[in-house]
Design a protein around this ligand. Structure first.
Ligand code: SF4
Length: 271
């Protein structure tokens, strides 16, 4: 699937859609989440000696210059794409679909580059994310950024980061099935707007929410999956890595770095 962006099952459908956004020059019909994804696997590889920039998103206009080295990612967005993202963000930020709306300070949408070819999806906002309005900005986020950097990925330019659930669950508990289902259309629309080529699913909750795969993340991480034509890489959640701090070869932190290197090499191969 080199060079291919996520083609979600609902893209282009009108049946059951709630809204239509215009992104990347074509309408994105937004409908219910669907399952039944093809799956494939491949091996992880080692850190490359040199780390060239992964280049612009496939959906960027010629000359956008998006990717490593971009001073302001938003500059590469077309007006139509900016408008579509803004409309989505406005609707999502006022959502009351599930009980998490009652306890949140704000809806946590994303950080990073909306033109990135890589989308990283975590579980849900924590206390700091809820306070600051951005995903992965606490200790877990700092570790995540370090791991991305170690793999040659710039968290501001090469990655778009979000969560499967946009509001903080109380006490940082896992989102319930009801909350995941209620928030799923927002993620679905987010993927359709960003059109990444690769999804990194951070932790077991994100893996189950997106792919429906249940099982120990220790066994599922590092195994390529597919979703709507988009390559998916499950990785350990950085909160787990904070509790397992060894940097020895073969330990979770080293495995996560290797998984992210495999992601980067996939992006390079599909440039
Ligand atoms: S978690 Fe999602 S569905 Fe629930 S209120 Fe927040 S944005 Fe809406």
């Amino acid at each position: 699937m080199p060079g291919q962006s996520c083609i979600l099952p609902y893209a282009g459908q009108s049946k059951g859609s709630e809204h239509t956004f215009w992104g990347q020059g074509r309408p994105l019909a937004l409908g219910p989440w669907e399952s039944g994804h093809a799956r494939q696997t491949s091996a992880i590889d080692s850190l490359p000696a040199s780390q060239p920039a992964i280049g612009p998103a496939a959906n960027a206009a010629p000359g956008d210059g998006v990717g490593s080295g971009l001073a302001s990612p938003a500059e590469g967005l077309s007006l139509a794409h900016q408008a579509a993202l803004a409309a989505w963000a406005h609707q999502c930020s006022t959502c009351q679909r599930c009980p998490l709306a009652q306890g949140r300070q704000q809806v946590v949408l994303s950080r990073g580059n909306p033109l990135a070819r890589l989308m990283l999806i975590g579980e849900a906002p924590g206390a700091q994310e809820d306070e600051l309005g951005q995903p992965f900005v606490g200790r877990s986020g700092q570790l995540l950024d370090q791991l991305l950097a170690a793999a040659g990925l710039d968290s501001n330019q090469d990655v778009y980061i979000c969560n499967v659930v946009k509001c903080r669950p109380p006490g940082n508990r896992k989102p319930t099935a009801l909350e995941l289902a209620a928030c799923r259309p927002w993620l679905q629309q987010q993927i359709a707007l960003v059109q990444p080529q690769v999804l990194v699913l951070v932790g077991a909750t994100a893996l189950q929410a997106v792919l429906g795969l249940k099982g120990p993340i220790s066994q599922l991480r590092g195994q390529w999956q597919s979703f709507g034509g988009c390559a998916c890489m499950p990785i350990f959640h950085p909160a787990y890595l904070l509790r397992n701090g060894s940097i020895q070869p073969g330990r979770p932190r080293d495995l996560t770095r290797a998984d992210l290197v495999a992601v980067r090499e996939h992006l390079l191969a599909s440039s």
